[in-house]
Write a protein that binds this ligand. Structure first.
Ligand code: FNR
Length: 422
């Protein structure tokens, strides 16, 4: 379907090299991360690159890819190739989606809008995060006709959940991705050492502050808040935090600086963000409220995959949140085959956590994933060069996927299977 060619991407880079031009956004994954690290503030780098605890799960994610090896096949006519796949009734040009990533303003001021531009340029679906830095309606407008899914963190407040789900449908989402693995934040050692939680400064809560149900909670909280007793002298950091809250709250900055609402919004968010009492039975409630396909993100155990099927879900994302939640957890790639086996083709099984290049994508597809979500790499590109940077990184992943398919002797995604693995 698409005219995408990995060779064209490769030739463009080499041709530019003849004129002495090197890629602004590094191609090699570790150099890409290192370049982003130099660009980002220490807090932003810790938040984006960091994982839970001793970072063992993040390492395990990568080690699992290194343990699986592709076995290329020769003398197959692979002159013309097709990387497209079908998901939830829509043909996508590649088995690649932009993973939901919150607080993108930490990487670039254009945040979700830049990610949307990158997704649109390539026709790849963007999974819009509940922790977006921009209201989903604005991100959707930037996406134009390009596909979008919405990722839901299940709030403690049912009205907020219902409202998010309604808004997700209204912006034309193809699916609702319910992330299950983050009902509390993991023990993120790097963020803890900096004492940095973006949400406490009202970063990454734009879906909430733009939401009528959430704003009703904020109004009620502000109305009942008693005047605070004399507190410690405000530090410069506290003043900056208050300024950030006022800036992030919709409306006039000066009025916000005098209003209790911006601070009440942060406190309300921290209260209602997520519900740890959620169980399988709650999914029925969601099913009643939406006809969108429901995709569960964060499944790691085959028995949970079975329960997901029993509860009528439409898809699964095998993911450990890039190692950001449980330290010492199973590598996401190692969890994939068991889930695929149990699901047995009844619903699509997607994958994320640890994808750094196109060959990784081939390995995940060979182990049974229907498509993959790309996370940190495009955020690094975003940090380096905004929308162009994010697009470039995704293009590099896609190019390597296309060329690796060619070199392994497969013409289409459905020809990728366990037979490619040694
Ligand atoms: C995430 N992830 C995430 N997931 C989600 O469901 N909602 C979210 O808001 C976020 N936010 C978020 C922020 C940042 C900075 C990162 C790095 C990750 C998890 C994300 O969707 C995906 O599961 C991981 O990024 C995959 O791991 P890798 O490939 O980035 O290592």
């Amino acid at each position: 379907m698409s005219a995408f060619s990995g060779r064209d991407v490769q030739s463009r880079i080499y041709r530019a090299g003849v004129f002495g031009r090197r890629p602004v956004v590094p191609v090699e994954p570790e150099r890409l991360a290192a370049a982003a690290r130099r660009r980002l503030s220490p807090a932003a780098w810790a938040y984006v690159a960091g994982s839970a605890g001793q970072q063992q799960t993040a390492r395990a994610n990568r080690d699992a890819f290194a343990r699986h090896r592709l076995v290329p096949r020769m003398l197959v006519d692979v002159e013309s190739r097709d990387t497209s796949v079908e998901l939830f009734g829509r043909r996508l040009p590649a088995p690649l989606l932009l993973a939901p990533i919150g607080v993108l303003e930490m990487a670039h001021r254009d945040a979700d809008l830049a990610a949307a531009r990158a997704a649109r340029a390539l026709g790849l679906p963007m999974v819009i995060s509940s922790q977006g830095s921009v209201p989903m309606e604005e991100t959707a407008a930037e996406l134009g006709d390009s596909p979008r899914w919405f990722q839901l963190y299940w709030s403690k407040d049912d009205d907020v959940v219902d409202s998010f789900v309604e808004r997700a449908a209204a912006i034309g989402s193809d699916a609702l991705v319910v992330t299950l693995d983050t009902h509390v934040l993991g023990w993120r050692t790097r963020d803890l050492d900096l004492g940095y939680l973006p949400f406490a400064r009202a970063e990454g809560i734009a879906q909430y502050t733009s939401d009528p149900a959430f704003r009703r909670l904020v109004q009620a909280r502000a109305a009942t808040a008693t005047a605070s007793p004399a507190r410690e002298r405000p530090t410069p950091a506290a003043v900056r935090a208050l300024l950030s809250m006022a800036r992030h709250y919709p409306g006039d900055l000066r009025a916000n600086l005098r209003s209790p609402l911006p601070r009440a919004a942060v406190e309300t968010f921290l209260d209602v963000f997520s519900r740890s009492s959620l169980t399988w039975d709650d999914l029925a409630r969601l099913r009643e409220r939406t006809s969108l396909p429901i995709v569960l993100k964060g499944i790691q155990h085959a028995d949970d995959a079975r329960l997901a099927l029993d509860h009528g879900v439409d898809g699964i994302v095998v993911s450990n949140h890039g190692g950001r939640q449980v330290d010492g957890a199973i590598a996401s790639l190692d969890a994939l085959p068991g889930v695929v086996e149990r699901v047995d083709g009844r619903v699509p099984v997607l994958f994320d956590s640890g994808i750094r290049g196109g060959a990784d994508v081939v390995k995940a597809l060979a182990l049974g994933a229907g498509a993959v979500l790309v996370g940190r790499p495009w955020v690094y590109g975003l940090a380096l060069a905004g929308a162009d940077g994010a697009r470039t990184v995704l293009e590099h992943v896609w190019a390597e996927l296309d060329l690796t398919m060619a070199l392994c002797g497969v013409r289409s995604v459905d020809q990728i299977g366990p037979h490619l693995l040694g």
